[in-house]
Design a protein around this ligand. Sequence first.
Ligand SMILES: O=P(O)(O)OC[C@H]1O[C@H](O[C@H]2O[C@H](CO)[C@@H](O)[C@H](O)[C@H]2O)[C@H](O)[C@@H](O)[C@@H]1O
Ligand SMILES: O=c1ccn([C@@H]2O[C@H](COP(=O)(O)OP(=O)(O)O)[C@@H](O)[C@H]2O)c(=O)[nH]1
Length: 454
Amino acid sequence: MSRLVVVSNRVAMPHAHRAGGLAVAMRAALKESGGLWFGWSGKRVHGDSGELHKLDDGNTSYCTMDLSFEDFDHYYNGFANRTLWPLLHFRLDLVDYRRDTHEGYRRVNALFAEKLASQLREDDIVWVHDYHLIPLAQRLRDLGVGNRIGFFLHVPMPSSDLLAALPNHEVLFGSLAAYDLIGFQTERDLDRFQSYVRLYGGGRAFADGRMRAADGREFRAGAFPISIDADLIARQASAAVTRASVQRLRESLGSRVLAIGVDRLDYSKGLPDRFRAFERFLDRFPEIHGQMTYLQLAPVSRSEVPEYQALRRELEGLAGHINGRHAAPDWTPVRYVNRDFSHGVLTGFYRLAQLGLVTPLRDGMNLVAKEFVASQDPQSPGVLVLSRFAGAAAEMKEALLVNPYDLDGVADAIAHAHAMPMEERKERWHALHRRLRRHDITLWRRKFLEALEA
Ligand SMILES: O=P(O)(O)OC[C@H]1O[C@H](O[C@H]2O[C@H](CO)[C@@H](O)[C@H](O)[C@H]2O)[C@H](O)[C@@H](O)[C@@H]1O
Ligand SMILES: O=c1ccn([C@@H]2O[C@H](COP(=O)(O)OP(=O)(O)O)[C@@H](O)[C@H]2O)c(=O)[nH]1
């Protein structure tokens, strides 16, 4: 049997925990098959990039690479997170394109390719993840690597006219043709990529998923919605009720209903709009004052990127403003926490909540939406309020789907969820949960790898 080699910028080392869906999902996916996980070590060094570190843990080996401060700054803080991230999340207004960071991105991809190539065996199946590493297959092919190589994009694929705003877009996105298979989160993402290849790439897309680039190279593309280990999350959630931190949260709520949001502190997650929608809810439904607490967990993310720093300041202001206007001596409507929690605790928090607020402006998938559903108590399940613009919405029609830009609409959905009869809560939850158990992380991994090996 071939060995699976997963390549991603972020690697979840054994026993470490950190917010971020890619690392959470790949850890769950590698658990079954084992293999090699190759990526950035999480370390920045003063010398040159490229030192490798190796670790074996059970059926998985880890090989990670240090980056110099300058490379990290250009590749991760710069081109990946100030150019590609906003572009792929439909935010042309935030795109900051610079030749030097683009060059750094290319340099780090070339180094990843060189170091990875030295670790590869002939029959390895290579699976590359996300926007940090788009040109990696092209660089590997340049080095003579003939292995099967697949790519999965965890973030949205925007409309082709947006992609075309990136200088030299045809070189970057054209390099995707060096992969054998490209996976997207949803059919909509796949459609938009196919349009791009037709309209701007001079290529063709066929109905059976095959695609042909302008130079004649054939590859395939498909939709493979990522998921979670639903049964494990459910077990963690029911075990979590005895944890001290979960009990403390329950006691602090008294008889109040808990609404929960869990998001990296990222502008794609729509947190300012969510805070404003919650304020609109408080303005329009004064009769529930004192009956609901909104807990927003927002671990700090990409904190050296200026747009993320500005968002943090904005949210601090908004939380203070809402509490200043609405709080009472014995009630704080918004609890805003910039800490990172382990799944052991988080799943217990989800289970305590009657409402899950997941309202990104754009999101590749959003695993929190799925984890919230998997964590619920079947006897008294909470209600998920979910943005139409999260990839998860395509599979979660029984949630209360909202437009996150429509503050009154979100306020209505919060009121609807608060008042929803238990029977309806159960019906919606059962439908969501059944689908989640069928389409779990194992199915996602199998479907992608079967397609790659086919
Ligand atoms: O690695 P970071 O810069 O700390 O960021 C964390 C991850 O954020 C993004 O996650 C995406 O993947 C999830 C799983 O497929 C998906 O549900 C979510 O919608 C995406 O935003 C990013 O794409 C990852 O590369 C990061 O590791
Ligand atoms: O304090 C936290 C907050 C989030 N997460 C996890 O981070 C992931 C976030 O993934 P999602 O797909 O929702 O969004 P991303 O952050 O990848 O854009 C989920 O598994 C969360 O459970 C976590 O472990 N601790």
